[in-house]
Design a protein around this ligand. Structure first.
Ligand code: UDP
Length: 485
């Protein structure tokens, strides 16, 4: 804390993956708007993805900056420029990447010794930051990137191991002790959770869990009204402090911020807006599967055929492996021309929040990544849920069974990032898309989603649940700081 002004200084160390970095950068900006000095630590390539936004915030008066340190790609046998998890293309590369994160310790310690911040908020994949913070006598908060329902579910599975008592991958079990009766199967949870055998990830996961337990607390991109029972459960049953300060995407107020969020997609900003402006309210479906998933040509073809048959208007974000020679070969002959005016395809990175916030969007087909879930909720739109991996099957339960604003596409099992199979056929995609957009139930879901969208926006306003949570965290940090002086 600056002794003269009493200003708090908070360090943010985001895991370098879009789903972690985007919300943690937004969170740092949110802190800075509450009079906190915010410093974001990352690598040069990652910094270039959000430096323009930070510069704009600075010009508007925020005390926010970025400090960079090189990423040890070569030392870990990773190709030059592989500074983000989204650039890894195999599980071996992913493991090397996660191990390389341990080499950030020395440069971070140097920065901390120079700056003496009052708190360190670090991504879950930097478990060693608890020890670094302890040495300096400052609190470390963990940022997992997900909401509280999936975190509570993880804790329950680790403590009670219900997945070891079933006979097959598909047999369902109840996740014990949660506020709702939620059923899962082994094929919907990650290998390191379900297998007792040691894998290369086992040690890292143990380290992450240890660090979560001994952290000062957790900070989440969520809001109380979205999952009230799980805020309570995390505090009382998991027994940890937690602050919910989201949806952090709401700190992006103008189109420039929205179009540059995560990656500069200003080039298609105007194209999207011009196209959406010609559409009726709530008449377009937005389809995107996050930053990491790459579908096979066969799966893309199924989606294309289903969309064509569904008679719905859509914006579809297609991500393909850039090394894949079959690029675009999946597309049915004349697909784009035939659907011109009815469908817009974005190849690569889309300005997701800009699109979702447009009045013409009436539904979202999502892989249920936590950020996408929350951005869909904030935009007040119902969703088709198509979970692929990570904690996404838990998130689907929240949308479909608890909030009742989701239509499941029927995904039953984890799929690998570069899965070559068709996991969901055209009939199921078409059915889910129609249920999302047409009929009385769709109308009712839309009403519930809109109400939830309003409470998301209220949560971050002055006096809202997330704003109050952030203010109380800052007060606690100030009290802790002054009592240790
Ligand atoms: N995103 C985006 N454009 C894209 C793909 C993703 O802006 O073309 C953003 C999206 O808005 C979200 C994040 O990237 O904030 C993805 O996070 P999420 O948790 O949904 O999924 P993940 O990519 O981690 O699987």
């Amino acid at each position: 804390m600056d002794k003269r002004t009493g200003q708090l200084h908070v360090y943010f160390l985001p895991m370098m993956a879009p789903g972690h970095m985007i919300p943690l950068v937004d969170m740092a900006r949110q802190f800075a708007r509450h009079d906190v000095k915010a410093t974001i630590i990352t690598t040069p390539l990652n910094a270039s993805k959000f430096s323009k936004t930070i510069q704009r915030d600075k010009e508007l008066g925020s005390d926010i900056s970025i400090r960079t340190t090189e990423f040890p790609c070569k030392e870990f046998g990773l190709p030059e420029g592989c500074e983000n998890l989204a650039s890894t293309t195999s599980s071996e590369m992913t493991l090397k990447f996660i191990k390389a994160l341990y080499l950030f310790q020395r440069p971070l310690e140097q920065f901390l010794e120079e700056d003496h911040p009052d708190c360190l908020i670090a991504g879950t994949f930097f478990p060693w930051t608890v020890d670094v913070a302890a040495k300096l006598g400052i609190p470390r908060l963990v940022f997992n990137g997900t909401g509280l329902l999936p975190l509570c579910a993880y804790h329950s599975l680790i403590d009670h191991k219900p997945h070891l008592k079933v006979e097959s991958e598909a047999e369902e079990f109840i996740i014990p002790g949660l506020p709702h009766t939620l059923k899962m199967s082994r094929q919907q949870i990650s290998d390191h959770l379900k297998d007792e055998t040691e894998t290369p990830m086992t040690e890292i996961v143990k380290d992450i869990m240890r660090a979560e337990i001994i952290s000062y607390g957790a900070i989440v991109n969520s809001f109380y009204e979205l999952e009230p029972n799980y805020v309570k459960h995390y505090r009382e049953v998991v027994g940890r402090k937690v602050w919910h300060v989201g949806p952090v995407s709401l700190c992006n107020k103008d189109n420039e911020d929205k179009a540059q969020r995560g990656q500069d997609s200003s080039f298609c900003e105007q194209q999207c807006l011009d196209w959406l402006n010609t559409k009726e309210p709530k008449s377009v479906i937005y389809i995107c599967f996050g930053s990491m998933s790459i579908f096979s040509s066969a799966q893309l073809l199924e989606i294309a055929i289903a969309l064509e048959a569904s008679d719905q208007q859509f914006i579809w974000v297609v991500k393909q492996n850039t090394t894949n020679e079959e690029q675009d070969e999946w597309m049915p002959e004349g697909f784009e021309e035939k659907l011109e005016g009815r469908g817009l395809i974005i190849k690569g990175w889309a300005p997701q929040v800009l699109i979702l916030d447009h009045a013409a969007i009436g539904g979202f087909v999502t892989h249920c990544g936590w950020n996408s879930l929350l951005e869909g909720v904030t935009a007040g739109v119902p969703m088709v849920t198509w979970p692929l991996s990570a904690e996404q099957f838990f998130n689907e339960k929240l949308l479909v069974e608890i909030l009742k604003i989701g239509v499941p596409v029927g995904a039953q099992a984890w799929s690998q990032r570069t899965d070559s199979r068709v996991t969901i056929n055209r009939e199921n995609i078409q059915r889910a898309v129609t249920e999302l957009m047409v009929g009385q139930e769709a109308e009712e879901m839309r009403g519930r989603a809109a109400a939830l969208g309003d409470s998301a926006k209220m949560a971050v306003e002055k006096g809202g649940s997330s704003d109050n949570s952030l203010v109380s965290l800052l007060e606690e940090l100030r009290r802790g700081k002054s009592s240790s002086n």
